[in-house]
Design a protein around this ligand. Sequence first.
Ligand SMILES: *[C@@H]1O[C@H](CO)[C@@H](O)[C@H](O)[C@H]1NC(C)=O
Ligand SMILES: *[C@@H]1O[C@H](CO)[C@@H](O)[C@H](O)[C@H]1NC(C)=O
Ligand SMILES: *[C@@H]1O[C@H](CO)[C@@H](O)[C@H](O)[C@H]1NC(C)=O
Ligand SMILES: *[C@@H]1O[C@H](CO)[C@@H](O)[C@H](O)[C@H]1NC(C)=O
Ligand SMILES: *[C@@H]1O[C@H](CO)[C@@H](O)[C@H](O)[C@H]1NC(C)=O
Ligand SMILES: *[C@@H]1O[C@H](CO)[C@@H](O)[C@H](O)[C@H]1NC(C)=O
Ligand SMILES: *[C@@H]1O[C@H](CO)[C@@H](O)[C@H](O)[C@H]1NC(C)=O
Length: 460
Amino acid sequence: MVKEMRWDKKLSSFNKHNHIFVKFAVSFLLLGLAFRLFTSDSIRISSPVETPPLAEQKTESPVVSFPIQAPISSVFPANESHTSEDVAVKCDIFTGDWISDKSGPAYTNESCQVIEGHQNCMRNGRPDSGYLYWRWNPRDCELPRFNSERFLDLMRNKSWAFIGDSISRNHVQSFLCILSQNLVIQMITDQKLHENVPQVEQAVEVYHDEEYRSKRWHFPAHNFTVSVIWTPFLIKAAIFEDMNGVSSSEIQLYLDKLEETWTDQYRNFDYVVIGGGKWFLKTAIYHENNTITGCHYCPGKNLTELGFDYAYRKALQLVLSFLTRNDQKAFVFLRTTTPDHFENGEWFSGGYCNRTVPYKGGEIDIGDVDSIMRSIELEEFEKAATVGSENGVILKLLDTTRLSVLRPDGHPGPYRQFQPFVKDKNAEVQNDCLHWCLPGPIDSWNDLVMELLVNGEKYR
Ligand SMILES: *[C@@H]1O[C@H](CO)[C@@H](O)[C@H](O)[C@H]1NC(C)=O
Ligand SMILES: *[C@@H]1O[C@H](CO)[C@@H](O)[C@H](O)[C@H]1NC(C)=O
Ligand SMILES: *[C@@H]1O[C@H](CO)[C@@H](O)[C@H](O)[C@H]1NC(C)=O
Ligand SMILES: *[C@@H]1O[C@H](CO)[C@@H](O)[C@H](O)[C@H]1NC(C)=O
Ligand SMILES: *[C@@H]1O[C@H](CO)[C@@H](O)[C@H](O)[C@H]1NC(C)=O
Ligand SMILES: *[C@@H]1O[C@H](CO)[C@@H](O)[C@H](O)[C@H]1NC(C)=O
Ligand SMILES: *[C@@H]1O[C@H](CO)[C@@H](O)[C@H](O)[C@H]1NC(C)=O
């Protein structure tokens, strides 16, 4: 850490913007380093199904780190609403609070087979379970629970894709877990099974890439396909990280080229949940029109600091333009940035997230970085939704940022590792305050997806 701290001091003179930007830049540098370590552990994860002792393996690794967030600011009014028009008629399902729900999660670590080791908080020994008993309650309308049976019924012969970084993978696991939840009920009412009427079924993994970052599952009885595609920037990027996540060079980011890993497959998808963000905080050299046009955090390189927000906006514009002008008329959810909850330190300095209950509205604000990202997302979404509707593409905002900000209790914390305190109850353990426990708050994202899917016209 010594080297990084020294860099921090240099940053203030390097920066041409106001002091808030300096604060960001400091965070970003650390974040860049965090992500380097972070990638080795969580992003390049192997299949939980095929390599069960994942958590045990990873406990060997002494340094695993997580990204950080800039300090909380008050740019997040408690009653902010993005549905400026028709407020009286239409409901904003993203404004509300978390209320106690005794019925608990739709699945458990026992009933779902696809939970990645690092997010399997129950198995990893998280002692409290209160975080499982909350549901998202929009202020002005009811949010029904995800209905797997109805969903699968609607999805015969259809294909979904979750496109983005490791948060998208976190999301797809929740999605698959919820979809396969009724297995237990199925076994109880096995008369139905004998009648050969599949209600809800287990997904079969039919593809994974070499690093298990992108995968595809098939639900045979419904001929329903679900893919997750790892493309952390969505646009073309050259990332020079080895399998341990150690970076040998700056990321080269091509702001006018899309990443082909997802665009090449796009014609196969009927529904898409796409999102990104956090990777744009890393040090990167920006290319446009086959020339280097600047960078984000590259001191000593004599390049123009363009800021991550510049690159993120360009990337989103390119992505949304591709989606809304495509011959493939998919139903697209744009997911907004996801917050983390490190407290009393950052990922590298003992930051942790040991709260056990949600915040109430007004108790917490969105962080500066997430606020900037979400603003870009909202602005670009507004423009793109209009283009989309002219071209027969439905574009929905999946604005999960604010409801997720209220759930500091939903992260694995030290329980990203298997039984971290079994050998030594004072063990120093890295905390994950970015990804979400499964089951956990991220399950509600799917309730929102279902509602937008079946009753979308009610909302926006
Ligand atoms: C809610 O918004 C209104 C204006 O839209 C504002 O006057 C009021 O102060 C806000 N309340 C809170 C608690 O932020
Ligand atoms: C599920 O978690 C419980 C603790 O809540 C644990 O006892 C059990 O072994 C776990 N099962 C699996 C299959 O991970
Ligand atoms: C699914 O596709 C098969 C084969 O193309 C077709 O026979 C069937 O009717 C389709 N089902 C639905 C619900 O579209
Ligand atoms: C499955 O769905 C795809 C479209 O997603 C269709 O092309 C194919 O014919 C279907 N297969 C069967 C067996 O219904
Ligand atoms: C890119 O280069 C072409 C010619 O090579 C030029 O016409 C165009 O204006 C350039 N665009 C940008 C954004 O620099
Ligand atoms: C930095 O770049 C500018 C413009 O490309 C150039 O004029 C200047 O000499 C460069 N400075 C150094 C120290 O390389
Ligand atoms: C969280 O950890 C801190 C530091 O160990 C401790 O002071 C605090 O009481 C803990 N909070 C909860 C809710 O466990």
